[in-house]
Structures are given as C-alpha cells and as structure tokens.
Design a protein around this ligand. Structure first.
Ligand SMILES: Nc1ncnc2c1ncn2[C@@H]1O[C@H](COP(=O)(O)OP(=O)(O)OP(=O)(O)O)[C@@H](O)[C@H]1O
Length: 226
C-alpha cells in the first residue's frame, strides 16, 4: 500500500470564515494503481492532492505514505520524502519562465543533489521519451500548450518517482494534446508508476483503473474501472 489515510480532515480558517475542505477521508491506494478523483468545484479535490503530495498537512487524521505516518511531519521532513518520491503535473504546467526546457527538467535533480553526469543522462533520457529532445533550448513561452505539458511530465518523472500526482493535467489542452498527455500518463502507469489524478473529464477518468467521487470534503463513491 503506497497511500493509506484514516479520517483525514482539513479546515481553512480566515478571520471571518472557517471552511471544512476535507471531512474524514479514508483512502487506500495500492502501488501501481491509476486513481482518478472527481467531484464538483470546491469539494476538496486539490486540498486532498496537496496533502497526499506532502505539500500540506491535514488538520487531523492519519496519513501513511510508503509505510510512514507523515501527517505531523514538518515541512523539512515532508520535502525530503516529496522530492525523492513524488512528481507533480499541474493544469497550468507551472514551468519556470526564465529557465529553458532542459533547465526546467533538470531542477528536481538539482534538489536531490544528483551529479552533473547523472543529471545530463536523466534529462536527455526523459526529454527523448516525451518527444521533446528537439526543443531543449526553448523557453516555455516558445512552446505550445501540449509541448509545455510534455516538458512538465518530463520534469515530474525525471527522478523516477513512485507516485505521480496530476491536478487536471489536460485542463488547458485541446483534445488532441490532452489525449497525448493521457497516453503518456497511462504509459508511465503501465511501467509501474502509481498515479492519482484530479479531473473533471469523464473520458480522462476512464483511462485510470479506479474512480473516486468527492462531495463536500468526503468520499461518496468508489468504483473500479473495468
Ligand atoms: N488556502 C485556503 N484558504 C481558505 N479556504 C480555502 C483555501 N484553499 C481551499 N479553500 C477552500 O476549501 C474548499 C476546497 O477547495 P479545493 O481547492 O480543494 O477544491 P477543488 O475540489 O479542488 O475545487 P476546483 O475543482 O474548483 O479546483 C473550497 O471551499 C475552498 O474555498
């Protein structure tokens, strides 16, 4: 089991209001699963993904990640686990504008202190695999949306993470480029990478092996895709 949560809750407090974003989420994800999370706007999907991705801590509840109870880890401890084990793909690509394609993809390897020769070999390998090897010197603004997302996927997988978290990865893409990104994700899943993806698209959700529906911060249904 790569992920197991029990009673995961999250509150956001501002001076005026308190919002319950997650309200007792019990979730188990096996290694190699491709899980899609669906639900209406504001139901807590991104909040859940951020906690699963060790970007944020829950208010209460347990979170077991790769056998460790991490729900009360400090940012420092979360960062160590995160950078070695988790890759992120976002709707808005989140590439760094001032860095070229090669440098964007190299960044996670700098964070994990990989050697220069290892960085070169890995960056070249993933850019080849994502069919972006011909654009290494381009900057994000010089690429199409589909190309930017391919670079973002390359960056997410360059450290060979156990888990990829994707937040509406096709949300800003036309159907052709969206399908391409879904093919990349399902290929990575076929190679053994666990994937958790938030999506509003029933078609994209159907690519995975399991669909979880969230409403008002709770999991309301779970179905295997056959
Ligand atoms: N930093 C924050 N401060 C206050 N409230 C927040 C914060 N982040 C999220 N919320 C609230 O928590 C709830 C869940 O938000 P979340 O972003 O997880 O929803 P979502 O399901 O991902 O929505 P969408 O599909 O629109 O992206 C919402 O009501 C939101 O307003």
């Amino acid at each position: 089991m790569i992920i197991r949560t029990k009673g995961l809750s999250k509150l956001f407090r501002t001076e005026e209001v308190e919002t319950t974003a997650l309200d007792g989420v019990d979730l188990s994800i096996q290694e190699g699963d491709f899980t899609s999370i669906m639900g209406p706007s504001g139901c807590g999907k991104s909040t859940l993904l951020h906690i699963l991705g060790l970007i944020d801590n829950p208010e209460s509840g347990e979170y077991w990640f790769m056998g460790e109870e991490v729900s009360k880890y400090t940012e420092r401890k979360r960062a160590i686990l995160r950078k070695h084990n988790i890759g992120f793909v976002f709707q808005s690509f989140n590439l760094i504008d001032e860095l070229n394609v090669y440098e964007n993809v190299e960044l996670p390897l700098i964070y994990t202190k990989a050697s220069a020769s290892e960085r070169k070999q890995k960056v070249e390998y993933v850019l080849e695999k994502m069919n972006m090897a011909h654009r290494t010197k381009h900057f994000p603004r010089q690429l199409s949306g589909g190309q930017q997302q391919r670079v973002a996927v390359a960056r997410a997988i360059v450290n060979t993470p156990k888990l990829i978290l994707a937040d509406e990865p096709t949300g800003n893409l036309d159907s052709e480029h969206g399908a391409e990104v879904m093919n990349l994700l399902s290929g990575l899943n076929a190679e053994g990478t666990t994937i958790v993806m938030v999506t509003h698209s029933a078609e994209d959700a159907a690519v995975g092996s399991r669909i979880i529906r969230v409403l008002d911060g709770r999991i309301v249904s779970e179905a295997a895709n056959v």
